[in-house]
Design a protein around this ligand. Structure first.
Ligand code: NAD
Length: 449
């Protein structure tokens, strides 16, 4: 940390040239290290090659290319208008890097969720320490091996380890902590950061709803199943439950298993595109959640293989852990509400989710849902894929987190937009505001301001 701070303070990371060189090196790392990273993801989470590319490598690539394309514009000072009373003068904001930042990642997208924040940190000209999750050990190892080969080792390093490593890092006075993970640890991170008044971004989880069921039920079910069961549904933005009306529920319930079969075959265990649960502890937790409703389809599981079939549940008990806790696995309960108003009330009565989805072909329903539902983000007629749009900010609100990133927001998260006010010497126009204030000055000032 001390070495990095010294390096940062030398100004080495400050210029556009260094930032661009790091981002280009990151792109090279993603190309040349793709095999190593996808193999690690396969070993940690049973991620298929294509899914690993789509949901991890390609997302970071897109973020990096977007940052390279916009960097000059983001780094440029922004002019601010000066009120007449202060003129002649100029005002602007000048983005400057924060310093040395810490990125703590989770296990579910162990590559993307460490490297995508890093794109912002580098674009903004910071030094960074990365702490990948110990629960995805092969991915953590691959990052620890690759990063120093490509990125400036004086500015970027990977610290592997678990709670002790995070705890030791959090005791250091970083200039920003970017944490992705669960709510419980999020609170620990925020408390530790408070000791140094270090600002935090907390990318947390929750229970995103997928409401509606309007439009073509087949297409809707395919999009819900895609966003849900990717990575064996260990995705922060994946829908935690479907909310539909009694007249639509049977069609949705029938279409979801059909979509699952279309994607993963009649036995998803045999599909190389269907992932595995990260560890036995999470597997046991998820199997326990099955008691919260009637298994409508799926439900087969194999502890030794950490395999849990994509499962649709109906007749759900709203007070069960299935509906009270974050699911974070391939169980999708279908709940019924009378209408859109009740659906909105249902969602808003719970902690704000990271995302909320509505499936409908009625513009007024989409508008009402978007207006009334408080969530980190909203998507219409898709689930989860909005996270891959680099220009769209990503982050939670309330219980699902604080702060956003992706695209320009990543750059801003890791920058201080330093305001500068500059007034030439010469005629001292401020004299009008200096004491003593007589009646004439008072009148003039009231007029000017
Ligand atoms: P986690 O909270 O268990 O761990 C995340 C990171 O925190 C790991 O690197 C871990 O080493 C570290 N950590 C664990 N205990 C710690 C402690 N006591 N002190 C300091 N650091 C500690 O989270 P997870 O289980 O790895 O990830 C799953 C959670 O992350 C889910 O709740 C999910 O919704 C959320 N998530 C959110 C997003 C998002 O972008 N908002 C993305 C993915 C996952």
């Amino acid at each position: 940390m001390t070495d990095k701070r010294r390096y940062f303070e030398s100004g080495a990371t400050r210029g556009g040239g260094w930032r661009r060189a790091q981002l280009n090196a990151l792109l090279r790392m993603l190309t040349e290290g793709e095999d190593e990273l996808t193999r690690a993801l396969e070993e940690d989470l049973g991620k298929g090659r294509t899914e690993a590319f789509l949901s991890e490598i390609a997302v970071v690539r897109a973020e990096t290319e977007y940052a390279l394309k916009h960097l000059n514009y983001w780094m440029a000072p922004e002019k601010i208008a000066v009120p007449a009373g202060f003129r002649p003068a100029r005002a602007w904001t000048q983005p400057r890097p924060l310093g040395v930042v810490l990125v703590i990642g989770p296990w579910n997208y162990p590559v993307q969720l460490v490297l995508a924040p890093l794109v912002g940190a580098l674009a903004a000209g910071n030094a960074a320490v990365l702490k990948p999750s110990e629960l995805a050990p092969r991915s953590s190892r691959a990052l620890a091996r690759l990063v120093p080969q490509y990125l400036d080792p004086s500015a970027v390093s990977v610290m592997e380890g678990g709670v002790e490593t995070s705890t030791a890092l959090l005791a250091e006075p970083f200039d920003h902590v970017f944490y992705t993970g669960g709510e419980r640890v999020g609170k620990i991170v925020m408390k530790s950061a408070a000791e140094h008044l270090t600002p935090v971004t907390l990318e947390l989880g929750g229970k995103p709803p997928a409401g509606g069921g309007g439009g073509d039920p087949g297409a809707g079910a395919r999009r819900i199943a895609y966003g849900k069961f990717m990575n064996a549904a260990q995705t922060c933005g994946a829908p935690a439950y479907a909310l539909t009306t009694p007249d639509r529920a049977p069609a949705l319930a029938a279409a979801l298993p059909a979509a699952i079969t279309e994607f993963y075959g009649t036995d998803p265990k045999e599909s190389e595109d269907y992932g595995r649960i990260v560890n036995e502890q999470h597997f046991d937790r998820l199997v326990g959640l099955l008691d919260g409703g009637r298994i409508f389809s799926g439900g087969r599981h194999d502890r030794a293989a950490r395999y849990l079939e994509p499962t649709i549940l109906r007749d759900v008990d709203p007070s069960s852990p299935l509906m009270q806790e974050e699911i974070f696995g391939p169980l999708l309960p279908i709940l019924e509400v009378e209408d859109l108003e009740e659906a909105i009330g249902f969602v808003n009565a719970r902690p704000h989710p990271l995302a909320a989805y509505l499936f409908s072909d009625r513009e007024e329903h989409l508008r009402a849902f978007t207006w009334h539902v408080q969530a980190g983000g909203i998507a219409h007629n898709v689930c989860t894929v909005q996270l891959a749009v680099p220009g769209l900010p990503f982050g939670g609100v309330g219980a699902s987190g604080m702060g956003t990133y992706h695209g320009k927001r990543s750059f801003e998260t890791f920058s201080h937009l330093q305001p500068v006010f500059s007034k030439p010497t010469g005629v001292d126009t401020l004299r009008v505001a200096y004491p003593p204030f007589g009646a004439v000055k008072r009148k003039l000032l009231r007029k000017l301001l």
